[in-house]
Design a protein around this ligand. Structure first.
Ligand SMILES: [Zn+2]
Length: 364
């Protein structure tokens, strides 16, 4: 045994792992999209497991209300309002100094994702919005790299490992054989729900245990894939509710054949090409950003959104708009939302901050 790998002894004992698997991990780069609840659990485990390089991108800062579930952070991080990516890098240096971490404080969008993910063998999802998931899925399918979807809100969670068509032919996939492909994220969820219709952790809460289970499921799939244990990959859509004690592993194998996925079947990358998703424009001199969702079909229910936001700030509606005042990271923002999904977030001139506030309180 190589002495460098001593700390991984218990892991190398696992079936199909060994020193070879450990070496593959140490040669691997994982792109972590978002370092909030799911992401912070995932990077903790991936660092301990000895993944050689973690590229962590997150746009937010550590807050006191994160600590209930975001296991990598502590009260000092919150008191200092450290960016999550930076706080994660500092923690990982103490957990496993052999892991290289690239910490990027930014909003992931179609103009930067290819650059940030350039070195990655695999993408792991720690996101809080659908739009960026479609973007990650586009990139994964286009470049035939695995994308490990995960989501947790309230007491429920979902996860699924996407192995794009053609995966296994890349040079680093020496052990691949047969057809490894799964449906992609867009095969499973053909379009993002309209803004405001999906619950967010900031409005309905989230159970720490569900976060931990989903993130660790994602990590297990990541470790299987990176070590070449493709036959062990869980090809079902995991769906759990820890409050009602329900769990399902849905067989989704036929989703690709039955569907007409624009992404993996027709190689159309709407989100990566910037044709779909939202656009943000800073409104000059108004300390505000306008967000526009391009693929918005039909109107949205302002009253339903108002009802949800009510517990978190002041909100009023009329037939033309919703106006809400909410506090995030100790800053007061005013969100004006129109029935077509267009929104103006006042209180910042940074598109990334506006997107973050929108994702947290309206849901994207
Ligand atoms: Zn697809």
């Amino acid at each position: 045994m190589t002495s460098d790998f001593t700390r991984y002894h218990r892991q190398m004992l696992l079936p199909g792992f060994g020193e070879d698997g450990q070496r593959r991990l140490s040669d691997a780069t994982v792109f972590v999209l978002g370092c909030g609840a799911l992401g912070s659990v995932a990077v903790d485990m991936l660092a301990r497991a000895g993944v050689g390089h973690l590229v962590i991108v997150d746009r937010d800062f550590v807050e006191l209300t994160n600590l209930q579930r975001q296991v990598l952070f502590d009260e000092d991080d919150a008191a200092n309002s450290l960016p999550k990516a930076i706080a994660a890098k500092r923690k990982i240096a103490k957990i496993n100094s052999g892991v290289q971490v690239t910490a990027i404080v930014d909003d992931i969008n179609h103009t930067n994702i290819e650059r940030y993910a350039a070195d990655a063998n695999l993408l792991i999802d720690g996101l809080d919005n659908y739009e960026t998931r479609y973007l990650a899925n586009d990139l994964a399918v286009k470049t035939t790299r695995p994308y490990i979807y995960g989501a947790a809100v309230s007491t429920t969670g979902m996860a699924f490992p996407v192995l794009p068509h053609g995966f296994g032919k890349a040079a680093w996939e020496t052990a691949a054989s047969g057809d490894l492909a799964t449906p992609c994220f867009r095969c499973l969820f053909d379009d993002a729900p309209p803004p405001g219709t999906s619950a967010t952790c900031d409005t309905v809460g989230v159970l720490s245990s569900v976060v931990s289970i989903i993130a660790n499921f994602q990590v297990a799939e990541t470790l299987k894939i990176l070590t070449g244990n493709y036959d062990r990959v869980n090809r079902t859509l995991l769906n759990i509710d820890l409050w009602t004690n329900e769990s399902h592993q849905l067989n989704v194998d036929s989703a690709y054949a039955k569907g007409d996925c624009p992404c993996c079947k027709h190689q159309r990358f709407d989100y990566l090409d910037g044709r779909a998703g939202s656009s943000a424009a800073t409104l000059c001199g108004r300390n505000a950003v306008q967000l526009r969702h391009r693929q918005q079909a039909g109107g949205i229910n302002l009253d339903a959104i108002a009802k949800r936001i009510k517990e978190h700030g002041e909100v009023s509606t009329n037939q033309f708009m919703l106006c809400a005042s909410v506090t995030d990271q100790d800053t007061l923002y005013t969100i004006t939302l129109f029935p077509d999904g267009r929104a103006i977030v006042k209180g910042t001139d940074e598109p990334a901050v506006a997107r973050s506030v929108y994702a947290k309180f309206i849901g994207a």
